[in-house]
Design a protein around this ligand. Structure first.
Ligand SMILES: [Zn+2]
Length: 477
């Protein structure tokens, strides 16, 4: 390519973005009205009374994707709420991005804590207040409009897109993995982009590159068929509640490290780059303590709070029960006692191996005189995308261009089931790019979305598609 051609291309790309930006400006009111219309649909996926509404939200998306010229648009049946699928695959030679958001929302109770009705959106203080305004209808709507801005002004997208909008994210994604596996032939892509996360404290742009996985299990300790009289049997039998307490007390050291042999064997060391990214993030520990009503921060002294959250595994008792806990006294030796235990796992831990190690260890420390079973409830894989992955860096460039600062890279402590699915089942790099703010009160009363984050998000997405397409063009020449 000669210098003139390069200048032409730069001019051309600039021309397209200028047209798109002016489309974004000119359609502001129409877009906001369309967003509010989406938010008026009470698509509470987990409540059957709202099944028709949840269907309606899927229909809202289907209609718009069809109108703007996507192919294969459908509300695909899953056994639960449908997955809205659509694709646009005419950008020859350009990367294919699988875009994920969800159109179901959390229930709204307690309703009396809402200052405004949850499904009658109100624009105030530069925010839209409604259930789903942030989580996750903002992102679904942003993706619709980013694609529309390109298609309506340029008649094309610079990348190939496959859209997957789920309707059961807030109710446990029961049918998601099965649908993905059954449809994997039409989900080939170069990148999975999940838009269901947001910025860092203080509204700093951020890209989430790491998620922890989960291994969930239950420990059941049985000593007898029925509860026993503690006078007649006390001293002659093992007590299941005591035995369970003994087991639990041996799972961790006093400094919080986990005693299960081999538990940390596959934990990947952070790279220098990852370590310095953790150092860039500053967490105000005193407000962290205050905001969450903590007594104090406690954990493995070798790591910072954010490292412990994003890059270290955990083992926690989630619940424990057995015997008598009613009013007054009842002199029994409980027949059985139980605990639910979960581990958050990080690269390169294997969920099955982790479960095996914990259950083998529990068997080895189980006190005599009782039967101890450890049962796997469910597990999910972690995901981590290297910061220097070009898809990540290009997204960072676009965020910086629009929001004026280089984004942070976040390693979340939680799990996003779709992230694990795309990384583990489809083998795709996973990029979590979202634009909500930490104080948006997702899942809580008075949920809201900052409109400048929404508009900046739209400009970021249209630029991201442009850059990915242009890079592919350069690579071909
Ligand atoms: Zn969500």
């Amino acid at each position: 390519m000669n210098a003139d051609a390069i200048a032409d291309r730069a001019q051309g790309a600039w021309g397209a973005l200028a047209e798109i930006d002016s489309f974004i400006e000119r359609t502001h009111d129409e877009r906001l009205a369309d967003y509010l219309e989406f938010l008026r649909i009470p698509s509470i996926g987990t409540l059957h009374a709202h099944d028709a509404d949840t269907q309606r939200a899927a229909g809202f998306l289907v209609e718009r994707l069809r109108n703007m010229g996507f192919d294969n648009v459908e509300a695909s049946p899953t056994g639960g709420h449908p997955i809205v699928y659509a694709d646009w695959l005419h950008a020859e030679g350009a990367p294919t991005v699988l875009v994920y958001t969800h159109y179901d929302v959390q229930p709204v109770d307690p309703l009396d804590l809402w200052d405004r009705p949850p499904f009658d959106p109100v624009v105030e203080n530069g925010r839209v207040y409604a259930r789903g305004a942030a989580d996750d209808k903002s992102h679904g709507h942003l993706h619709l409009w980013a694609a529309r801005a390109w298609l309506e002004t340029q008649g094309r997208l610079p990348v190939n897109l496959r859209i997957v909008f789920e309707g059961e994210e807030e109710s446990g994604s029961e049918h998601f993995d099965a649908w993905i596996l059954a449809n994997r032939h039409r989900l080939t892509a170069d990148l999975a982009m999940i838009s269901d996360t947001g910025f860092f404290e203080g509204n700093h742009p951020a890209i989430t590159v790491g998620l922890r996985g989960l291994v969930y299990m239950q420990i059941d300790v049985t000593g007898s068929r029925l509860d026993l009289h503690s006078g007649s049997f006390g001293g002659n039998v093992q007590n299941p509640a005591n035995a369970l307490a003994t087991i639990i007390s041996k799972l961790k050291n006093e400094d919080g490290t986990i005693t299960v042999p081999g538990f940390y064997d596959e934990v990947r060391d952070l790279t220098d780059q990852e370590r310095s990214e953790f150092e860039r993030l500053s967490l105000d520990e005193s407000s962290f303590i205050k905001d969450h009503g903590l007594y104090e921060i406690w954990g493995d002294p070798e790591f910072s709070v954010l490292q412990r959250r994003g890059a270290q595994p955990t083992l926690d008792v989630n619940g424990i029960w057995g015997g008598f806990s009613g009013e007054g006294s009842k002199t029994i030796i409980p027949a059985h006692a139980h605990a639910k235990v979960s581990c958050r796992i990080v690269p390169d831990m294997d969920p099955d191996k982790t479960f095996e190690r914990v259950s083998d260890y529990v068997a080895s420390i189980a006190p005599e005189g009782v039967k101890v079973d450890v049962v796997l409830t469910n597990h999910g894989m972690w995901s981590r995308t290297p910061i220097d992955n070009p898809f990540v860096q290009t997204a960072a460039d676009c965020l910086e261009e629009v929001f004026g600062e280089r984004p942070f890279y976040l390693y979340e402590g939680g799990s996003v089931p779709a992230g694990a699915t795309f990384s583990d089942k489809l083998g795709l790099p996973v990029l979590l790019l979202g634009f909500t703010q930490p104080d948006d009160q997702a899942h809580a009363p008075n949920e809201s979305m900052r409109l400048d984050n929404y508009e900046g998000g739209l400009r970021t997405l249209v630029r991201y598609w442009d850059r990915l397409g242009a890079k592919a063009g350069q690579a071909r020449e």
